[in-house]
Design a protein around this ligand. Structure first.
Ligand code: NI
Length: 226
């Protein structure tokens, strides 16, 4: 499932994040790339232990924890501390698949990357190119979202970022280990939850809604690892 999550951050939060990111010192993005992706990755990144990364990461994680669409779609077990990157002057990231397992810097913690996320800080009219292209069995998807919006997609997909030929593209990127590892099962749960939410206000206390809610939780109980 490829899902845009609108308005993860408010315009004030985006402006504050940009102010902080524009003052930060950036390093070559290859520092966190795996063996294969290091060959095709050409961008700048905030060092993982940079205080700004920690501060902005907290803002993002707090916002996501309160975002019902994100929680329903991702069923998050663990979220990797958000990283930050910048593309400009023709920089791009060639086709790759994200590493399956990521170590959280400075800790013994590892997460399995079930879902990948990109949260946009730059407005689409501020830069040319810089599209995130995600390839899956349903075809090729072009993603370029408003500032403060986020895209969620399966980490199993091949993806790349096209060259930024004008302006600058600032974003945050990170991974989610889901309680439900399988994308197909997670998508079914999301569809069921969405449908229940849609009928619920119209049918308060309806026995069928209660039964469907039971089905949702019993599927989650069957498939979730916590
Ligand atoms: Ni990637």
């Amino acid at each position: 499932m490829l899902l845009p999550i609108p308005e993860v951050l408010t315009s004030e939060q985006v402006a504050e994040a940009r102010r902080i990111l524009e003052q930060a010192e950036w390093v070559d993005g290859r520092v966190t790339a795996g063996h294969q992706s290091a060959r095709t990755k050409d961008n700048m990144q905030l060092p993982e232990n940079h205080p700004a990364a920690g501060q902005l990461g907290e803002t993002i994680l707090t916002a996501l924890g309160q975002n019902p669409l994100f929680v329903s779609a991702a069923l998050p077990a663990r979220v990797f501390p958000p990283l930050f990157n910048r593309y400009q002057g023709g920089q791009s990231f060639g086709t790759h698949v994200d590493n399956a397992i990521r170590q959280v810097s400075g800790t013994g913690h590892r997460i399995r990357t079930d879902l990948s996320a990109t949260l946009f800080f730059s407005r689409p009219d501020e830069y040319d190119g810089g599209e995130l292209i995600v390839e899956d069995t349903y075809g090729v998807h072009h993603v370029k979202l408003p500032a403060g919006h986020m895209i969620l997609y399966p980490s199993t997909s091949l993806h790349h970022v096209t060259p930024v030929t004008r302006g600058s593209r600032l974003s945050s990127f990170f991974w989610i280990q889901s309680m439900v590892r399988d994308d197909g099962q997670r998508t079914l749960l999301f569809d069921l939850d969405t449908a229940i939410q849609r009928i619920n206000p119209a049918q308060p206390g309806d026995a069928a809604v209660v039964q469907l809610t039971g089905v949702y939780h019993n599927l989650l109980r069957r498939w979730a690892e916590v």
